[in-house]
Design a protein around this ligand. Structure first.
Ligand SMILES: [Zn+2]
Length: 688
């Protein structure tokens, strides 16, 4: 869309059954905030909207588990999430919640409009029912095998493995998540949105209309959905937590959480407009409004297929111009998981790294999972800070501010004759706003953040090449010009860094005393080549913008992750029950000896097997052992081992094996020798 009159920017409503972690931030909130801040810097009219998604089955499950009400759960996490967003500098114009009265009203009205227009199919169907729990099993109340990818842990409404959205009755081998029982079928009435009826429109709008401007991962998922053929989807559920179905026959039923949640964007806009004394409707209904949904890849189908079908059926709303969904962020090589506590929680980060909000924002942007799943590692986080923010951005600013104070008492000097290099640098500064803008407008935030850093690199290089600290001895006039130009770069950095590093931008503007001049230093001012910091303007004293992150800080975070991994293992450890009792006589039949591995080689074409020559004290014999996935042949030579020597020989891949090396196995499947390695323990000794 060219030259929209206003922007409605939404960020996926976080689900209030847990706090926010870095995966959410990298996937949705940081890019959305960069976009919204950038638009505001340009003087655009923006409504940046979000809120807590407080309905749905997982919240009721969590409440049951903790013995509290669903309202207690959502109140607790809404407060944590809202505060952590504020503290990391996410500038929502409104952060609302779907339990708000205005949302219940808006969602009910929306449902009624579609109902009155005859946009729903009303149907009595058989749904999964848990006789023990005496309730229907909607969505996450049921787990089973995904009909598409075979994942055995798929939920009733969506498979987290392949992202497919389905009906609970589509699951193979469904089981109740409440009692574990196999559900029966029971008749119940529901209202369905006939997505098949909207297929032609969706094909034209997405497959033809957005082939070029939507990200390929988003477009691809939509295409596969549409190509598979769309079917009616129930928009109501047999539950007691949610928005009551406002029509006759709707008693005991609520709106499906995925029907009401996206309407939350609309009700949050209404709530904001009321507070601001504005009219909400243009933000959703004027054709000159650009609507952009920031989401993670697991929400693509709801934002690109179902919600647009709802908006289209209602008839008076605009459709999203773009849905720049990101892929997933992993953590230290493993999938982020709330239930396994494999995460970096935002509220904890903010406590443990005070005043380092921008470091996290930057690390997550520079390594954003824009085109494929990416990995967050604490080492990369440290390197982004130490090698980029400290060594490039911070170092440049510090030198400029220190030298300006040293040579000119903090007063911006008047420039003298410009060299070719000076002219080139000034021209380069001028080009940055449009380079960064072009990346942001194509939702390439990673690229945009690197362009910003390139401006700091330019400054560093300029100072290193011009060496004002040397030139000052012979040519004071020249140094005035050098410092004047370096100060212009600093000022441009203060402005252009705002969407990415808002806390740093504020601090730098304060150091440069931006507020005390009628500054020409704005996004547009920079690209028009105006004077950003005029001669005779006084700047403040130097302060470090960034501090080095030490190895021990990173190690503390890694230790924390290892601790959660161990806690998980302990929680999941299955101890096998004891076997049947045997007599002492039975035991003495086992002849177990100490031995030493003398030689080892890999069994050809066998992944697991090593062929060992073992000195058992009795003889040197061949034993084939299934340890090759944990150990190489070289590693085990010379190792003292425990050997069951009187096991009947057997042939493994044509090699006769005479005995067995005793091993145990860690929960991760790593084999460990039962090891009699102590001074004085000789081959052939009995173990008894
Ligand atoms: Zn699946």
């Amino acid at each position: 869309m060219n030259n929209p009159k206003r922007y409605t920017v939404t960020a996926a409503l976080p689900y209030t059954n847990g706090p926010i972690h870095i995966g959410h931030l990298a996937g949705v909130y940081v890019p959305a905030d960069i976009y919204a801040r950038y638009l505001r810097l340009h003087g655009h009219d923006v409504a940046f909207i979000c809120g807590s998604d407080e309905h749905g089955v997982p919240i009721t499950i969590k409440a049951k588990k903790e013995g509290v009400t669903p309202q207690d759960i959502v109140d607790k996490y809404h407060a944590i999430i809202k505060k952590s967003f504020e503290d990391i500098g996410i500038t929502f114009d409104n952060y609302s919640r779907t339990s708000a009265k205005i949302h219940h009203e808006t969602a009910s009205e929306f449902f009624m409009t579609l109902y009155n227009k005859g946009e729903f199919i009303e149907e009595v169907t058989e749904q999964l029912y848990d006789k023990e729990a005496n309730q229907f099993l909607a969505d996450r109340f049921v787990v089973g095998t995904c009909p598409k990818c075979g994942n055995e842990e798929s939920y009733g409404d969506q498979c987290e493995n392949c992202g497919t959205s389905h009906n609970a009755t589509d699951l193979i081998n469904p089981k109740s998540a409440i009692t574990g029982a196999t559900p029966t079928l029971k008749e119940t009435k529901h209202w369905f949105l006939p997505l098949d009826k909207h297929e032609a429109f969706l094909k034209e709008w997405i497959l033809e209309g957005h082939k070029k401007d939507w990200k390929s991962n988003v477009y691809g998922q939509c295409k596969s959905w549409i190509d598979d053929g769309l079917r009616p989807r129930a928009v109501t559920r047999d539950l007691d937590w949610g928005i009551p179905v406002p029509v006759e026959g709707g008693e005991g039923k609520v709106l499906y959480v995925w029907f009401d949640a996206p309407i939350g964007y609309i009700s949050a806009t209404k709530e904001w407009a009321e507070l601001e004394g504005k009219d909400w409707e243009p933000y959703w209904k004027d054709k000159d409004t650009k609507l952009v949904h920031f989401i993670g890849k697991d929400n693509i189908v709801f934002h690109c297929i179902i919600f647009p079908a709802m908006l289209k059926a209602e008839g008076s709303y605009v459709l999203p111009d773009n849905v720049p969904a990101n892929e997933f962020l992993n953590l230290e090589g493993n999938k982020l998981s709330t239930s396994k506590n494999w995460a970096v929680w935002l509220h904890e980060y903010l406590l443990e790294f005070p005043d380092k909000q921008d470091v996290l924002r930057y690390a997550l942007t520079a390594n954003a999972p824009e085109t494929k799943d990416n990995d967050f590692t604490w080492k990369d986080f440290q390197a982004r800070n130490n090698n980029e923010l400290v060594a490039i951005f911070g170092n440049f600013i510090n030198r400029v501010v220190v030298l300006t104070n040293k040579y000119y008492n903090g007063i911006v000097p008047k420039p003298n004759a410009l060299t070719n290099v000076d002219e080139e640098v000034l021209a380069a500064i001028k080009a940055y706003p449009s380079v960064i803008a072009s990346s942001i407008e194509r939702y390439r935030f990673r690229e945009a953040s690197q362009e910003l850093l390139n401006l700091a690199r330019l400054g560093n290089k300029y100072l290193a090449d011009e060496e004002p600290w040397k030139v000052i001895k012979e040519d004071e006039d020249r140094v005035q010009t050098i410092m004047y130009i370096a100060l212009q770069i600093s000022s441009a950095l203060a402005v252009l860094s705002e969407p990415f590093l808002p806390f740093t931008s504020d601090k730098l503007k304060r150091i440069l005393c931006h507020t005390e001049i009628d500054s020409e230093s704005t996004w547009d001012g920079i690209s028009e080549g105006r004077e950003l910091l005029p001669a005779n303007h006084t700047i403040g004293k130097a302060e470090l913008l960034f501090n080095k992150i030490e190895d021990k800080e990173v190690q503390a975070q890694l230790d924390k992750l290892i601790a959660s991994k161990k806690a998980n293992e302990a929680a999941n450890k299955v101890i096998e029950p004891q076997k049947d009792t045997i007599t002492f006589n039975d035991f003495t039949k086992l002849d177990i000896r100490v031995g030493t591995i003398l030689e080892a080689e890999k069994m050809p074409k066998a992944k697991k097997l090593l062929v060992l020559k073992v000195d058992t004290g009795i003889d040197v014999r061949t034993i084939v052992s299934g340890i090759a996935e944990t150990f190489t042949a070289e590693e085990v030579v010379g190792k003292k081992v425990t050997v069951l020597v009187n096991l009947a020989p057997r042939a493994l891949r044509g090699v006769k094996s005479e005995g067995m090396i005793l091993m145990t196995e860690t929960p991760e499947g790593k084999l460990v020798f039962v090891n009699p390695d102590e001074a004085g323990v000789a081959n052939g000794l009995h173990i008894s």
